[in-house]
Design a protein around this ligand. Structure first.
Ligand code: B4P
Length: 193
């Protein structure tokens, strides 16, 4: 299974990917987690990314593509993957298409988690208080939501035009949302024959 999870920051992509990876038997590849690991390791790239992430902006497409290419080349990704946080703009969507064509691993499904902005701001505020992630600060979350609307929302249209997009309600109990996603994947598989 090669799956992309789309959705606004804080829509629960990472939360759901962590639950789905065992059931689907594929790794959860989160570009946000990879960037945070680079920040924690203090690499040159991590230091550069930190300021951009803390400000709620998107890290450069070149850095992300290189990182993703290396990750997809690892053995465990041969069985497939759940991609969380990538693509975040149309240039990344094009780059992903080309990369997957090059390695002969086209996407099976794209799921978008839909959550109203007010709920997202509330979730991130809870995490900000619990974990102190700078980009969960309410003002920064609003900035991230604006960037999402401007740059990432068109990515959903990009996949919808190809008949690949399934939209799932991301509000409710975690178990319920996981069930909705798995149902959407079954629908996609049935439609693909
Ligand atoms: P990400 O790590 O992708 O951060 P996110 O969007 O906040 O995570 P997600 O949607 O997975 O939400 P989560 O499950 O954690 O990106 C961080 C930054 O990295 C970006 O701003 C950018 O700077 C950079 N970056 C990453 N990828 C990039 C790319 N491709 N290009 C450029 N830059 C990139 O859930 C959020 C919270 O909600 C959690 O606390 C969770 O417990 C809670 N929650 C989840 N589901 C819930 C539910 N159903 N009900 C209530 N709470 C829920």
């Amino acid at each position: 299974m090669r799956l992309v999870l789309l959705g606004a920051p804080g829509s629960g992509k990472g939360t759901q990917a962590a639950r789905l990876k065992t059931a689907l038997g594929v790794p959860h590849i989160s570009t946000g987690d990879m960037l945070r690991a680079a920040v924690a390791a203090g690499t040159a790239m991590g230091l550069k990314a930190k300021a951009v992430m803390d400000a709620g902006q998107l890290v450069s497409d070149d850095i992300l593509l290189g990182m993703l290419e290396d990750r997809l080349a690892q053995d465990d990704a041969r069985a497939g993957f759940i991609l969380d946080g990538y693509p975040r703009n149309l240039a990344q969507a094009d780059a992903l298409d080309q990369l997957l064509a090059k390695i002969g691993q086209p996407l099976d499904a794209v799921i978008k988690l839909e959550v109203p902005n007010e709920a997202i701001i509330g979730r991130c505020e809870i995490r900000f208080k619990a974990e102190g992630r700078a980009d969960d600060n309410p003002d920064t979350v609003r900035k991230r939501l604006a960037i999402y609307a401007e740059q990432t929302a068109p990515v959903a249209d990009f996949y919808a035009r190809r008949g690949k997009l399934q939209v799932v309600d991301g509000v409710g109990e975690l178990d319920q949302i996981t069930i909705r996603i798995r149902q959407a994947l079954q629908n996609e598989a049935a439609a693909a024959g």
